[in-house]
Write a protein that binds this ligand. Structure first.
Ligand code: FAD
Ligand code: THG
Length: 816
């Protein structure tokens, strides 16, 4: 398909940007259809005030925004005004958080600086300076005029051969044999079909309706959001766009008036069938509800007292899209080839998203990592109308909140629970959520273990004076290295659970880890083609391997267990792996998600063999059950698949069984009384000590295996996706840093006054007794012993590159 015929549904800013990016890459047979007139077609872009604040916790979202700024600036005309962006803090919590945000800007390469209240007021003279503690100023932020930006990009596309069809309402997605073949439209009362090889839905908050025509759930919720303007306040200098997030407000100037956007009101979801009739010129605008805006106005006046001279006017309740996790929806429908989405995209990210999707379509991959945005990231359990509504509303409420990286949404919870859940609750588990799963982070029932750990340590220092003995326990817990942020969603009990895994035996619930069965004739050849390592080994063997994209970027890391000649069990990272394997599977190979019907417990620690051997007929000796081997058998009454692998770096097994037998398995392992329950907090600390990467955090499609330190999982002597693009020349590396503070992840790393990289994962290593932070650094700074600084909430944290793994480099703990 060298020059496929493309139809883009929607001529909002996203559809226009996409037409430009595609035609620029030579895909010129592009037709953009919109039900409305051009270019104020009636969607969100028609009236978006167009504030572009670039800085975001996500590297990907920040890069989307930075590209949008660069591109719209280059469009010229009225498209983009680089007035700068100012976010002010009126609470100490926000002021602290702006320091964190300043770090993200630095990590992702956006110029930013922190200002005191006086400097803020100099930029925004209307500000009540005495209410402001400080601000974050990003000179590159600014105002995108969405309609002119759309028009300018569409014009370039038309010059290259694209067609624009206003007044064309899409009423059907045509398909044959699992492939899209075109769209049917109604125009001037006539019905016709436009043939297409690829259809991209860029229909904004109408996405779910278009998705329905294609049999696809589009997980976004249209919500109304209030925007109004003050009366004339006299001419003023053009100031930056402004955010007052402590009150869920943002501001921009419109000549002598101030525009005010508010997220402080109740969520106002709009059902698809309530969206204004397609004949109205502005279906994305609903009647303004003053009672919702009044409190926002009062808050606005408090920050900008001069507003009191006027009253708000021209208010709208404007509709746009919210997804369950706040990220856009980019990707191809799982069951309809050629039907793609570019949905729930802000003006801010529009050009970046369009470029990424154009790259995916034309080149097969995006240069920017897309895993947070991929349509198929959601599990089936996250696609119910109730879930989409609940999370969409919650995202509206939280849009400006200060969110800790571990903070889960409070509802709907609990949604998915493992069979061990009742026992975990009895043990006082503190749960956080991931992909809908409840995951224990530590167990209050382990408090006595912590006390014992501290006592043992103090006893070991019995000859030290009493006053100094407290300090002796410090390196075990790392309390002094944790500030208030690093103590949230954490407990020192994690130290006791870590020691239990290192010295005794601990049970870790691995149920949420995705399990995929690949079976049928040709399975081995298929998996050989998909992955980097040699998985065509004897039944009973497990292989650690990688999925790469066409450019050699890491899409995932997997364990592949060969259970029988033509049956494999893949240990994966998430739904994207299921989607990727399903999409590539040839006829005859079956790819099936086992996760919901099964469960897994990791039994890890030096006493794991003694514990499990006492409960099974399987021979667990090192000679008869090798490291990275697997066998089926029984543990007590429970049929299990046992795999000798360990993400925490200890002797032990992952035991899998069906969900119905899960509780029995847990109780059987618990009965001898030697095992301790371990949570994610300990798990994360243990895996970092051992240097085991977490895909999506430590490495993504932006990195190749050699840079990521995973070259050992790549076999040169076989063919696989991404192989030809791989280069062993490494200019950057993922390395462990030992530091003096537990950090969060995403902090900038500096050397010689320059920003040289950023942190991925971080934790306190209880057994190495140092805070560990993995970070991407230029290869020349990746040598052990190199001194760098981490900037943590603006504070300088000294750190040193260490050799890895930090724990058990000789593999003596595991291979015995
Ligand atoms: P849209 O602009 O909605 O375009 C979708 C198009 O699809 C529409 O033109 C529609 O007519 C067409 N369409 C739909 N169904 C069909 C069909 N069946 N057949 C044919 N055509 C169809 N973002 C920011 O970045 N910064 C801001 O400051 C900002 N402020 C906002 C303030 C308000 C009040 C609102 C409502 C939104 C704001 N946004 C802001 C969000 C931003 O406006 C949207 O995210 C963005 O405009 C979406 O662009 P789009 O092209 O995806 O969708
Ligand atoms: N268990 C199973 N599958 C998984 C994971 C798991 N799949 C996804 C994710 N976790 C993969 N991550 C890892 C990371 C490291 C290891 C296993 C899975 C690991 N690595 C050894 C090492 O690097 O030394 C072994 C390498 C080798 O011998 O090839 O064990 O937790 N089932």
């Amino acid at each position: 398909m060298s020059r496929p015929r493309l139809v883009i549904v929607g001529a909002g800013i996203v559809g226009c940007a996409l037409a430009d990016e595609l035609t620029e890459r030579g895909w010129t047979d592009v037709t953009v259809v919109d039900q409305g007139p051009l270019f104020a077609a009636g969607g969100s872009s028609s009236h978006a005030p167009g504030l572009v604040f670039q800085t975001n916790p996500s590297k990907t979202m920040t890069e989307f925004a930075a590209y949008t700024v660069a591109k719209y600036t280059a469009l010229g005309g009225d498209c983009f005004r680089q007035v700068g962006g100012l976010e002010v803090a009126t609470t100490p919590e926000r002021w602290t958080d702006l320091h964190r945000k300043h770090g993200w800007a630095e990590s992702w390469g956006v110029e930013a600086r922190l200002l005191d209240a006086g400097q803020c007021a100099a930029l925004w003279p209307m500000l009540a300076q005495d209410r402001v503690l400080g601000g974050l100023h990003v000179p590159g932020d600014g105002l995108a005029a969405a309609v002119p930006c759309g028009q300018a990009q569409a014009a370039r596309a038309v010059e290259r051969g694209a067609r624009l069809l206003p007044g064309h309402t899409v009423v059907g997605i045509e398909q044959r044999g699992g492939r899209v073949t075109g769209v049917s439209v109604v125009t001037s009362g006539e019905y016709r079909t436009i043939p297409a090889d690829v259809v991209v839905c860029a229909a904004g908050f109408w996405g779910p309706s278009i998705g329905k025509l294609a049999g696809l759930t589009v997980p976004l919720l249209p919500l109304a959001h209030q925007y109004a303007k003050s009366g004339p306040l006299g001419r003023r200098e053009q100031g930056p766009i402004l955010r007052h997030q402590d009150r869920d407000l943002y501001f921009r100037q419109h000549g002598d008036r101030i525009g005010i956007g508010s997220y402080s009101h109740r969520p106002m979801p709009v059902a698809q069938d309530e969206i204004g009739p397609r004949s109205t010129t502005m279906p994305s605008v609903q009647a303004f509800t003053e009672e919702d805006f009044d409190p926002a106005w009062r808050d606005a006046v408090e920050l900008l007292p001069a507003l009191a001279e006027s009253k708000y006017e021209d208010g709208i309740n404007g509709i746009f899209s919210f997804t369950p996790d706040g990220f856009p929806l980019i990707g191809e429908a799982p069951h309809l080839d050629g039907f793609w989405l570019a949905e729930a995209v802000w003006v801010t990210h529009s050009a970046g998203v369009a470029r990424a999707l154009a790259q995916v379509l034309v080149d097969g991959r995006s240069a920017v990592d897309l895993h947070e945005c991929e349509l198929n990231r959601f599990e089936r359990t996250q696609l119910s109308p109730a879930f989409i509504e609940e999370r969409g509303k919650q995202n509206f409420v939280e849009v400006y909140d200060i969110i800790h990286p571990l903070q889960p949404m409070e509802s709907p919870r609990p949604l998915r629970t493992s069979p061990f859940h009742p026992r975990q609750r009895e043990l006082g588990a503190f749960f956080l959520e991931s992909a809908g799963w409840e995951r224990p982070h530590w167990f209050e029932a382990n408090t006595p273990l912590l006390e014992e750990l501290v006592r043992r340590r103090r006893d070991a220092f019995a000859d030290v004076p009493e006053e100094a003995r407290g300090a002796a326990t410090e390196p075990l817990l790392g309390l002094a290295q944790r500030d208030e942020w690093a103590r949230r969603y954490w407990s020192p009990i994690a130290a006791a659970e870590s020691y239990a895994a290192r010295e005794g035996v601990a049970l870790f619930d691995m149920t949420p880890l995705k399990r995929i069965e690949v079976s049928g004739p040709g399975s081995a050849a298929f998996l050989q083609r998909m992955t980097t390592n040699n998985v065509d080994r004897k039944p009973g063997s497990v292989t650690y391997t990688l999925l790469l994209d066409a450019g050699g970027g890491i899409r995932s890391d997997l364990t592949v267990a060969r259970l029988e000649e033509d049956t494999f069990q893949v240990g994966a990272n998430g739904n994207l792996d299921l989607d990727w394997l399903t999409r590539h599977a040839p006829g005859g190979v079956r790819v099936r998600d086992l996760t919901p019907g099964t469960c897994c417990v990791g039994v890890w620690g030096p006493r794991a063999r003694e514990l499990v051997q006492g409960l099974t007929d399987m021979d667990l000796s090192h000679e008869n059950f090798r490291y990275f081997g697997c066998k089926s058998g029984y543990v007590g009454q429970v049929p299990v698949l046992a795999m000798r692998v360990s993400y925490v770096g200890e002797l032990g097994w992952e035991l899998y069984t069906t969900a119905d037998m899960g509780l029995k398995l847990w109780d059987t392992l618990w009965a001898p009384g030697t095992a301790v329950a371990g949570g994610r907090a300990a798990f994360n600390s243990l895996r970092l000590e051992k240097g085991y990467r977490l895909w999506g955090v430590d490495m993504t499609t932006e990195h190749n295996p050699y840079e990521a330190g995973l070259g050992f999982a790549v076999r040169d002597d076989k063919d696989f996706i991404g192989r030809d693009a791989l280069s062993k020349d490494v200019t950057r590396r993922l390395v462990p840093l030992l530091s003096t503070q537990v950090v969060m992840g995403k902090e900038p790393v500096r050397h010689g006054g320059r920003t040289v990289g950023y942190v991925t994962s971080a934790a306190y290593g209880h057994t190495v007794q140092y805070p560990i932070a993995y970070a991407w650094l230029p290869a020349e700074l990746a040598e052990p012993g190199t001194h760098v600084d981490i900037s943590y909430f603006g504070r300088r944290v000294p750190a040193e590159v260490a050799a890895e793994p930090l724990y058990d480099p000789g593999m003596e703990k595991i291979r015995r």
